[in-house]
Design a binder for this molecule. Structure first.
Ligand SMILES: [Mg+2]
Length: 479
């Protein structure tokens, strides 16, 4: 029996803290552009998929039959890994284990025992094969950006076609061609054109972005923008969201920054663009408000602005390209924009989810306590509970995505994605607009969650998050 207050306890518009941070101490706010200041509609995904599929056929001479594959919107989730040699798309947890039941080749699931066989009798992926900091290991790639949703769907569709027709192919070429085709959609500016043509349709929450920026400026905060996108595109989007004077809000604007290299390589100096977008050759000794800069690097940026350490809070949607280096090398505070959070919280808030999670926890507790009974009858009961627990775990997982589950959890463990999120972000939220729910001097205190050896000291309700915890109730009413 669930207490009535269990459901709808989490607020999808709240900001969640991994690390304590007081906004009162933050003087300077930095932003990425795409999917941070500008949130885009999911309808772009199927357009990216279709355009990249066409590039594969026209330019890379892939068989025209792959046209029969349409975009499957909920095929994959962000943060999955792809083993290029084995053509396996799968979800990996914080301990480098494949979550069984979440390995796919093409569009088909791969049985657990085959996955275990493929990795030499274990479902553990050794560290040297895993990703580097930017998700690009020697044989495993991690899909981290939001474009990777159409990319994974396209990759799986093409693999599916080749396997179904027993066509011999080189896995490395296929992976690279698909990823180049997706990149072409971006680089050739197709996506920019679609968005520019109908900003009303594709840019979401523009008014709220406007409200966030003006509120910060009205409270004396300094703002800057570092984006990899070109100025003309950003300019049109910002005019649409904020108005023609948007540049008055920002102290520094940097376009085509080439992140993440921007954060790590000190060699590329800043260049100035004139009003018509032409690059200037003069040396940059100051970063001036109203001027548009291109390239550059963070080391020069720190030197020229003096904006160092925890006075700066930077928001981005890409854990590696936007946030990892800032946290690890430069000590800025970081905020991650994770649009999936909204949908996942809405699922957690349902009675169905709370019911299956609570029952799953209850069964796990029973199993732990009763495992000492070894007589035949007890063993039968234990086996039945174990089976039921397995079924419930699958049901809970499938509420998020029928193939891969939640982007944050693999059954009870955090995902590889979650671990990186916790490591690289001080705050995380579904959208920048969540900032509107807090005062500019608000201090975010992360919930103290028990370490395993502390858990027995915690009351059950604190551990499960099921019952009342201080302040959570008020957070429900924030919006
Ligand atoms: Mg971005």
């Amino acid at each position: 029996l669930l207490p009535p207050e269990v459901c709808n306890l989490l607020n999808p518009a709240a900001i969640y803290a991994n690390n304590e941070i007081s906004l009162g101490d933050v003087e300077v706010y930095g932003f990425d552009y795409d999917y941070t200041l500008a949130q885009y509609s999911d309808s772009l995904h199927s357009m990216i998929f279709n355009a990249a599929r066409e590039i594969l056929i026209q330019q890379y001479k892939y068989p025209g039959e792959i046209r029969k594959y349409d975009y499957i919107p909920d095929f994959a989730i962000r943060g999955l890994h792809y083993d290029v040699q084995k053509s396996l798309l799968m979800k990996i947890d914080a301990f480098h284990y494949v979550q069984l039941g979440t390995a796919y080749r093409g569009l088909q699931p791969v049985p657990d025992d085959e996955v275990i066989d493929l990795y030499g009798g274990t479902q553990h992926i050794p560290l040297y094969q895993m990703s580097d900091f930017y998700g690009k290991g020697p044989s495993l790639k991690q899909f981290m950006d939001i474009f990777s949703l159409p990319e994974m769907a396209l990759l799986s569709s093409v693999v599916d076609h080749f396997l179904a027709h027993s066509l011999e192919f080189d896995q490395t070429h296929l992976y690279k061609d698909v990823s180049d085709a997706i990149r072409d959609v971006h680089i050739k500016g197709l996506m920019y054109q679609w968005i520019e043509k109908d900003m009303e349709k594709y840019i979401l929450r523009g008014d709220e972005t406007h409200a966030v920026l003006t509120r910060l400026v009205n409270h004396g905060k300094k703002l800057f923008l570092i984006t990899n996108s070109p100025f003309s595109f950003v300019n049109k989007g910002m005019k649409h969201m904020v108005g023609k004077d948007w540049r008055d809000l920002f102290d520094v604007v940097i376009v085509r920054a080439d992140k993440p290299t921007f954060f790590t390589d000190r060699r590329k100096p800043f260049r100035k663009l004139d009003e018509s977008g032409v690059l200037q050759w003069d040396k940059i000794n100051h970063l001036q408000k109203g001027t548009i800069y291109r390239q550059g690097n963070l080391f020069d940026f720190l030197h020229l602005t003096g904006w160092r350490g925890s006075r700066v809070l930077y928001f981005g949607d890409h854990l590696y390209s936007d946030l990892a280096d800032l946290t690890l090398r430069h000590g800025w505070r970081t905020g991650a924009i994770i649009p999936e959070l909204e949908r996942e919280i809405n699922i957690i808030n349902t009675e169905q989810y709370m019911h299956s999670l609570t029952w799953q926890q209850a069964l796990t507790g029973l199993l732990e306590r009763m495992q000492t009974y070894r007589d035949a009858e007890s063993r039968q009961v234990l086996a039945a509970w174990m089976k039921e627990r397995q079924e419930i775990r699958s049901i809970t997982k499938n509420l998020f995505n029928p193939r891969f589950g939640s982007i944050f959890r693999t059954f009870h463990n955090p995902t590889y994605f979650s671990r990186r999120l916790v490591r690289f972000s001080d705050l995380y939220m579904a959208s920048l607009s969540c900032l509107l729910n807090y005062s500019v001097n608000f201090t975010f205190y992360p919930r103290r969650t028990p370490l395993q050896h502390e858990a027995p000291l915690w009351m059950d309700q604190l551990c499960t998050g099921c019952m009342k915890t201080p302040f959570l109730e008020e957070m429900v009413h924030i919006r």
